[in-house]
Design a protein around this ligand. Structure first.
Ligand SMILES: Nc1ncnc2c1ncn2[C@@H]1O[C@H](COP(=O)(O)OP(=O)(O)OP(=O)(O)O)[C@@H](O)[C@H]1O
Ligand SMILES: [Mg+2]
Length: 360
């Protein structure tokens, strides 16, 4: 997304490990996020995304390994880390009984910002997140999308340079997702460094400069979205003929050039392993010569979904996942949070999210 990165990483994790008893939730994860860039942490339910975020945001001490945010160690300098970061946790953290505006002002007050500045900042954020009209309503009455926007606004009150977002758009409808993506892109344009977790492969594709794919607490792949797509195999050549009666003739023409391909008669579509862009021109010419009209001919890159499938042998939303500590409300660190102002506030275990929305 952005190319405006400096050399100093805004976020660094080195060999992070988190164990809950015998269970290793995060198993030796390392990454760096250059200032002004976006890292997507992509993984299915229970893969260790939230646990990683909790360690990075000082809510949960690592079993081993180190992490720094804006150059500050999360274990030895937690207060400095919190000053530099905002967190939008996986589940809503706003106070249901307060209005949108009161929620934002409360956080500003907790930060000890001057009253006047707090008022201005709250209104600015309400405007930015299209919540001005709803500002006087209690958060309880908000729709899921509005609530998510309020969550995000809450994490921005102190204008932190580093932002952690745990599944920012889970449960939102496509329009709300797009709106939120736009807001996030704007933040990045303004220089914010983002680490976001997601189960949505297209979300990583849309927002992240780099993606780390985790499964069972381990990094199984990393790179730019493009590199990951390239890794999962070649693109396919997809040809759609205009007239249904041409499908057989098209198949005959293609046989002379490609040994193995798939014909979908209903869709008037022929799909073959890609022979590269140079072959494409020759194939297109052969169809023209045979008088076969095409609706479309082109190379189709694998989606990040295909990538996940090829890496793990299952789809990202496949429910066949062990989640040992499911429902573990008694988080080991529940009592360690301080009264210090922090946007990194309590969240529920947040496990086993099964939203019904499609995952592209
Ligand atoms: N406090 C805890 N005690 C025991 N096990 C835990 C605890 N917190 C998390 N776990 C386990 O660690 C694993 C990783 O959980 P985590 O919440 O990090 O996954 P996630 O990738 O965020 O999943 P989701 O997509 O469902 O939010 C899961 O198996 C979970 O049950
Ligand atoms: Mg989670």
């Amino acid at each position: 997304m952005s190319t405006r990165t400096t050399s100093a990483p805004a976020i660094e994790a080195e060999h992070l490990v988190k164990r809950f008893g015998d269970f290793t939730a995060v198993d030796d994860i390392s990454f760096t996020v250059p200032t002004g860039s976006v890292l997507g942490l992509l993984g299915p339910n229970g893969s260790g995304k939230t646990t990683t975020i909790r360690m990075m945001t000082t809510l949960s001490p690592p079993t081993s390994g180190t992490a720094r945010v804006a150059g500050h160690d999360v274990v030895s300098e937690p207060a400095l880390v919190r000053k530099k970061m905002g967190l939008t946790a996986q589940s809503a953290t706003v106070d249901e009984l307060l209005t949108g505006r009161e929620n934002l002002r409360l956080i500003g007050d907790l930060y000890g910002l001057p009253k006047k500045a707090v008022k201005a900042r709250a209104d600015e954020l309400l405007e930015k997140f299209s919540l001005t009209e709803a500002a006087i309503r209690v958060a309880k009455s908000y729709s899921g999308g509005m609530r998510r926007r309020l969550d995000l606004a809450a994490s921005l009150v102190a204008a932190p340079p580093v932002l952690f977002l745990d599944e920012p758009t889970t449960g939102l409808d496509p329009r709300s997702r797009n709106e939120l993506w736009d807001v996030l892109r704007g933040l990045v344009r303004d220089g914010t460094t983002l680490l976001l977790t997601t189960q949505y492969l297209d979300e990583a594709d849309q927002l992240a400069d780099r993606v780390i794919v985790i499964d069972h607490g381990r990094v199984i792949a990393e790179g730019t979205p493009l590199q990951l797509k390239d890794r999962s195999g070649a693109a396919s050549l997809v040809i759609t003929v205009s007239r249904p009666e041409d499908v057989d003739e098209a198949a005959r023409v293609l046989t002379t050039r490609i040994a193995d391909f798939h014909v979908d008669r209903d869709a008037r579509r022929l799909t073959a392993p890609s022979e590269g862009v140079s072959a494409l021109a020759g194939i297109a010419a052969a169809f023209t010569e045979a008088g076969i009209e095409l609706d479309d001919i082109g190379l189709q890159r694998p989606s990040l979904d295909d990538v996940f499938l090829s890496l793990t042998g299952r789809k990202a939303e496949d429910p066949r996942l062990e989640s040992a500590g499911e429902g573990a409300a008694d988080r080991e660190d529940a009592g360690t949070r301080t009264a210090e102002p922090e946007t990194a506030r309590s969240e529920t275990a947040g496990l086993g999210t099964t939203d019904q929305e499609h995952r592209v």
